[in-house]
Design a protein around this ligand. Structure first.
Ligand SMILES: Nc1cc(-c2cccs2)n[nH]1
Length: 239
């Protein structure tokens, strides 16, 4: 997968060099390049924003630099990802969808956003997806890009050492993950649930599933409605 990020704060994306993402790039699983939007300005002040038509507070990102940036970076197989509070929710399902794509271009906006014509024009020549991390407002989209790139990269084949890690995590199968424990067997007078030390892998799997169902019912009833529950799951809920 290739990823291009265009930002007025390219240094914000430096963490993408680190850890697993750095490893994915080193292995050639992920090709990533960060660009400075001001590269595509042509005035002496390298201006990227201006006042909003129709009035109102703040500034809007000008279309011309973005248009020239996308002219250079995009191909017909590109998908433009625009983080915005006004976007579709970014979920694990969306992460899986994006992880299957050949080329992502991230357009993190600042200020009051990017001139809408940039997105509308881009949509005439590539897929455009406006995505929200949640119902809160950030200063800019760069933090959102870090989150989205990490969520996608860990899904790429070869990045996670043990592919099993993807099977039992939260939101796989629509449920939250069960509580996890490690040594010592007793810590501050709190024992690890006995079943996890029983060696009975069938019972352990059923216990974990039950814990996931109960935790999801308690914390995320919205997910429960969409989850694929079997009879045993329903019995757990009705206990
Ligand atoms: N979910 C979400 C996205 C954002 C922003 C993206 C770009 C500027 S602010 N805030 N909250």
């Amino acid at each position: 997968m290739r990823v291009d990020v265009v930002s007025i704060f390219p240094e914000y994306l430096a963490p993408l060099e680190l850890s697993l993402i750095g490893k994915a790039r080193g292995l050639g699983i992920l090709e990533l390049q960060v660009h400075d939007l001001r590269t595509w300005t042509n005035d002496v002040h390298r201006t990227v924003d201006d006042t909003p038509y129709g009035g109102g507070p703040g500034m809007v990102m000008r279309p011309e630099p973005w248009g020239r940036a996308l002219d250079q970076v995009a191909t017909p197989e590109s998908t433009l990802i625009v983080p915005t509070p006004a976007g579709e929710p970014f979920t694990q399902r969306v992460a899986h969808e994006l992880a299957d794509l050949p080329h992502l271009i991230f357009a993190p906006g600042r200020y009051e956003g990017i001139d809408q014509r940039v997105l509308d024009h881009a949509a005439t020549r590539m897929n455009v997806r406006e995505v929200s991390l949640g119902d809160y407002v950030l200063f800019g989209g760069e933090v959102a890009v870090l989150v989205i790139v990490e969520a996608i990269t860990r899904l790429l084949p070869g990045v996670l050492g043990n592919a099993d890690s993807l099977v039992e995590e939260s939101h796989t199968g629509g449920l939250l993950e069960a509580p996890m424990y490690t040594k010592p067997a007793v810590w501050r007078e709190q024992p690890v649930p006995e079943i996890l030390r029983s060696g009975d892998h069938g019972r352990i799997a059923r216990w974990r599933r039950a814990q996931a169902v109960l935790r999801t019912a308690e914390r995320r009833p919205d997910l429960l409605a969409a989850a694929d529950l079997d009879k045993r799951d329903l019995d757990v809920l009705n206990e």
